[in-house]
Design a protein around this ligand. Sequence first.
Ligand SMILES: Nc1ncnc2c1ncn2[C@@H]1O[C@H](COP(=O)(O)OP(=O)(O)OP(=O)(O)O)[C@@H](O)[C@H]1O
Ligand SMILES: [Mg+2]
Length: 261
Amino acid sequence: MTQNTPNSTVETAAAAAVSITDLHKSYGDNEVLKGISIDIAPGEVVCLIGASGSGKSTLLRCVNRLEDPNAGTITVGDYEATDPDVNLDAMRREIGMVFQQFNLFPHLSVLENCTITPRRVLKQSQADAEAEALKQLDKVGLKHLADRRPEQLSGGQQQRVAIARALTMKPQLMLFDEPTSALDPETVGDVLAIMRQLAQAGMTMLVVTHEMGFAREVADRVVFMDQGVVVEEGPAAEVIGNPSQPRTQDFLRRVLNPLSD
Ligand SMILES: Nc1ncnc2c1ncn2[C@@H]1O[C@H](COP(=O)(O)OP(=O)(O)OP(=O)(O)O)[C@@H](O)[C@H]1O
Ligand SMILES: [Mg+2]
């Protein structure tokens, strides 16, 4: 296995948990990311907002190299994600990802969903994996449902299991891609509360969300993307409360008042 040895790029980015520099990604002729640069400090929560198709998911997927960017660099901790020789398996162990669709294994219990990766990838014993899984399920308030199958849970509960499952790997960074967009409204708050708790515990988080209330309360910084570029970024109170760019103002008007035009 290739070990990712520190190089000068990594050293200059040592203070950042994540450093994205001049990232470009195209699908055929469609340039989806047009030079994105974002740094995230350890323990920082960054919310990424922007219209459909602006490139938010593509950016998140580049961070753990589910997509290969065309140009630019990304470092995650000590790993240079864009180095062709990076140890991808080792890097991905540091990154938890939670999607809109929970992607739980339907044939496994909640507990088994949370132990399968630590057992297979970290080679944990069943007892150790179960102890850690139950600890994480307890944190998301679902330890009592450990024996259920995913289909016996609400969407919000399944998403909380997906978060617990990611945390069993003890990631350094959590990526969330619209984690509450597929949920019934009454379960959204439970999932956001778990994410807020995680943020308060010091997790570094990059969160794509349309939940402006969450972003205002929890994000240290909000980044607004449009058509593959970062248009505006700053504290939530500024970007959401008092945006300076017309495109940000337009987007927020539409998100906050969907019937206005
Ligand atoms: N695998 C792919 N192949 C071709 N085009 C793609 C692929 N994935 C995304 N795209 C295109 O890239 C652009 C950005 O998509 P992306 O999913 O990153 O946007 P988004 O900001 O996450 O949007 P949404 O809010 O709807 O989730 C879109 O035009 C999309 O059609
Ligand atoms: Mg998306």
